[in-house]
Write a protein that binds this ligand. Structure first.
Ligand code: SF4
Length: 291
């Protein structure tokens, strides 16, 4: 008797283990009482046989590949110069520029044009290169385009003396260097001239360390933002300035807009240029000229 009870229990246990799903499992769990009461043995449906070529694959979580972590420089940023240190450093730089012959423009210029303005300025304007008038005077933006730039600066509620104005190339690029007296002979500096000259501008920016730069024209914008996009794609947003040759004491934001010479040729663009300047005004908390 004890042996037959043991056999029955073993059969029920076998049925339990062969249950295919939860429902069958529950039914199977309930069956022993019923079958015991009815005295009927229950046969579980056989499981489908496993194919011989079946393989059991289990996806274990993969160990995380170590990701490269951004390196945080522990080098201290250079300190901001005092006004006296800036004056001396900019004067030495201007002297170097005036004697520079690193690129062919040095051979055809009348005067190098290092740049001018407030050496403690929060805002700096950077154009492409000196033109006919600038070459003669050794000062940036003094021709018709310069007069328009003065108006743009005034519309922001500033004066020329409150900002710093410079160019990427410090000497006059000409389409026809054989005839330097010809008007309408200006051109933008080419990539080789920019590469030769840009370290002077970078040093000026590092010395003055403005908070904001307005890049005037596509050539200036592409060179300073280091992006091959068109001026149209670069406009309308601030970019973080990153220089090749020097480290900045603090972050500098740069915004691209139209060159004043381009605005003289296409007055319809003035509306968009004004929107760009208003972005800078909003960042700087400028309200425009007081009336
Ligand atoms: S453009 Fe710049 S690199 Fe070329 S000669 Fe003038 S200062 Fe020197």
């Amino acid at each position: 008797m004890a042996d037959s009870s043991l056999r029955r229990l073993a059969g029920e246990l076998k049925n339990f283990l062969q249950a295919c799903d939860e429902d069958e499992f529950i039914n199977t769990a309930a069956a022993p009482a019923q079958t015991a009461a009815a005295g009927v043995s229950r046969t579980a449906a056989p499981l489908p046989p496993m194919r011989e070529d079946s393989t059991l694959t289990i996806d274990f979580p993969r160990a995380q590949e170590p990701q490269p972590q951004p390196t945080i420089s522990t080098e201290p940023l250079p300190a901001m110069m005092t006004t006296t240190q800036k004056q001396q450093a900019l004067a030495e730089l201007a002297d170097t520029i005036k004697h520079c012959t690193r690129c062919p423009l040095g051979a055809t210029r009348l005067n190098a044009v290092p740049g001018e303005g407030n050496i403690d300025a929060e805002l700096m304007f950077v154009g492409e290169g000196p033109g006919y008038d600038e070459d003669r005077q050794g000062r940036p933006f003094v021709g018709r385009a310069g007069q328009l730039l003065d108006k743009m600066i005034a519309a922001m509620g500033l004066t020329r003396e409150q900002v710093f104005i410079a160019n990427i190339a410090k000497c006059h690029p000409m389409t026809d260097p054989q005839h330097p007296d010809k008007h309408g002979n200006d051109r933008a500096p080419n990539a080789g001239e920019i590469a030769c000259c840009r370290k002077y501008l970078e040093q000026q920016i590092a010395i003055i360390c403005p908070k904001y730069i307005v890049a005037l024209g596509g050539v200036s914008a592409k060179a300073l933002i280091s992006d091959a996009k068109s001026l149209g794609a670069l406009r309308g947003q601030f970019h973080n300035l990153s220089l090749d040759s020097v480290k900045l004491p603090r972050p500098v934001k740069i915004l691209a807009t139209f060159h004043p010479a381009a605005l003289l040729r296409n007055p319809n663009w003035k509306k968009d240029a004004w929107k760009d300047l208003q972005m800078v005004m909003a960042e700087m908390g400028l309200k425009g000229p007081s009336r």
